[in-house]
Design a protein. Structure first.
Lengths: 266, 102
C-alpha cells in the first residue's frame, strides 16, 4: 500500500483504521437490525429472509438505498419495479460519485484490482475519516480499508441479527411495526432537511423561503404526480425538480457533508 | 405482505442493484473528468438525495389514514434534530398510540 509520510506497517495502519471506524459504526447497529426486521415482515421463509438480508447488506452495503429499495420492493418483482429501484438507488447513492471524485487525487495510480475492492467498502464515515487522514499524512489505503471494512462487518452482522429476532409472536399493527418502513423513510427525509442547518441562516423571510422552496417544490411535484399518475413516477419527478430547484437556489455543501451524528454510515 | 418466495428475477435484481451501487462508488474516480465541475451540477448532485427522500416521504405525509399522516409528520419533525432511530420509534409509537386510543 502506498503511504506517503507513514512509518507504520500496513497492518498497523489497517488496525488504526479499524480502531477509528468502530465508534461511528456502532451507531448503525439499530439501523441494521431495523432493516433485518423489515425484510422478515415480507413473510418470506426465514432462511430466504436471512439470505436476502445478508446478501443485500453485504453486496449493496448502502443503508438508505436498502430501505428505499425495500419500500419499492414487491413479490413477485416486475421489470417496472426493478427499474424504479435502480433509479432510486442510483439517486440515493449519487453522492458516492462526488465522494469518489474527491478521493480521485489520492487514489490515482492505484490499479483497478485494488481500487475497486477498496471503494466497494466506502461509506460516508470512512470517506470522511480517509479524507482527514490523507490530508494529514498522505495516501493511506490500509487505513481507509480498515475503517471501511469494520463498518461493513458491523452493518452486515446487525442486519442479519435483526432478521433473526423472533417477531412472529408480535402483533405488528398494535406495536406500529407495519409503520416502521414509513417512519424510517420520513425520518431520513427529516434528517436530511435538518442538516440544512437553518439555525445558521438569518431569519429573514426571503432566506427561509429560499431554503424551503426546493423541498416544497419536490414534495408538491411528487404529490401531484402520485395523484395524477400513480405508481412510483412521483419519486423521480420529485427528486429531479427538487434537486434542480435546490441547485438554483441553495448554496453548495449543505446536505452531503458527512457527519458522524447523521447515522448515515452505510 | 403475503407469503412469497424469492425467484431468479429477484436474485438477479439484487445482484444488479449491487452493481449499480458499486458503479456509483467507483465511478466518481473514473468519471471525474466527465462530470461538469460547474457549481450548478455540484449543487444538483449534492441535493439529489434530499429531494429524493422528500419525494418518497410525501405519500406518507399526505396519507388517507390520518393516524399515519400524523405519525409521519411526527417522525419528520423528530428527524430534523434527533437520530433517525429515535424518530422512527417516535413515529411508530404515535401511530400505535392513536390506533389504540381512537
Amino acid at each position: 500500500m502506498a503511504a506517503a509520510g507513514h512509518s507504520h506497517t500496513v497492518n498497523q495502519r489497517f488496525f488504526a483504521g479499524v480502531r477509528d471506524g468502530i465508534p461511528p459504526a456502532l451507531g448503525v447497529i439499530p439501523w441494521g437490525m431495523a432493516f433485518g426486521l423489515l425484510i422478515v415482515q415480507f413473510g418470506l421463509p426465514r432462511a430466504q429472509a436471512l439470505a436476502q438480508t445478508g446478501v443485500m447488506s453485504a453486496w449493496w452495503y448502502s443503508g438508505t438505498a436498502q430501505f428505499v429499495a425495500l419500500e419499492l420492493w414487491k413479490l413477485p418483482l416486475d421489470a417496472a419495479t426493478f427499474g424504479a429501484i435502480v433509479l432510486a438507488v442510483f439517486g440515493i447513492n449519487s453522492r458516492y460519485l462526488l465522494q469518489g471524485a474527491a478521493l480521485s487525487p489520492w487514489l490515482s495510480g492505484l490499479p483497478a484490482w485494488r481500487l475497486v475492492p477498496t471503494l466497494f467498502f466506502m461509506v460516508d464515515i470512512s470517506w470522511a475519516l480517509a479524507m482527514k487522514r490523507f490530508a494529514l499524512h498522505g495516501r493511506d489505503v490500509a487505513y481507509f480499508l480498515g475503517c471501511s471494512t469494520i463498518s461493513w462487518a458491523i452493518w452486515v452482522a446487525s442486519s442479519v441479527g435483526g432478521a433473526l429476532l423472533p417477531t412472529g409472536a408480535l402483533n405488528a399493527r398494535a406495536w406500529g411495526l407495519d409503520f416502521a418502513m414509513a417512519a424510517v423513510l420520513v425520518a431520513f427525509a427529516g434528517g436530511r432537511l435538518g442538516e440544512l442547518n437553518f439555525r445558521q441562516q438569518a431569519w429573514a423571510a426571503s432566506t427561509v423561503a429560499r431554503m424551503a422552496a426546493p423541498w416544497l417544490v419536490a414534495g408538491l411535484c411528487a404529490w401531484l404526480t402520485q395523484r395524477w399518475f400513480g405508481g412510483n413516477a412521483h419519486i423521480l419527478v420529485g427528486a429531479l425538480t427538487g434537486a434542480t430547484c435546490a441547485a438554483l437556489l441553495l448554496p453548495a455543501n449543505s446536505t452531503t457533508a458527512p457527519s458522524a451524528g447523521a447515522g448515515e454510515t452505510a | 405482505m403475503t407469503p412469497a418466495s424469492l425467484g431468479g428475477f429477484e436474485w438477479f435484481a439484487i445482484f444488479a442493484v449491487g452493481l449499480v451501487t458499486l458503479a456509483t462508488r467507483v465511478g466518481g474516480v473514473y468519471l471525474r473528468v466527465l462530470i461538469p465541475e460547474t457549481p450548478f451540477w455540484q449543487r444538483f448532485f449534492e441535493h439529489v438525495p434530499t429531494a429524493l427522500l422528500v419525494a418518497i416521504a410525501m405519500p406518507y405525509l399526505t396519507a388517507g389514514d390520518w393516524r399515519g399522516a400524523v405519525a409521519a409528520w411526527c417522525a419528520l419533525v423528530l428527524g430534523l434534530r434527533l437520530p433517525f432511530f429515535v424518530a422512527m420509534l417516535g413515529g411508530m409509537a404515535v401511530v400505535a398510540g392513536l390506533r389504540a386510543l381512537i
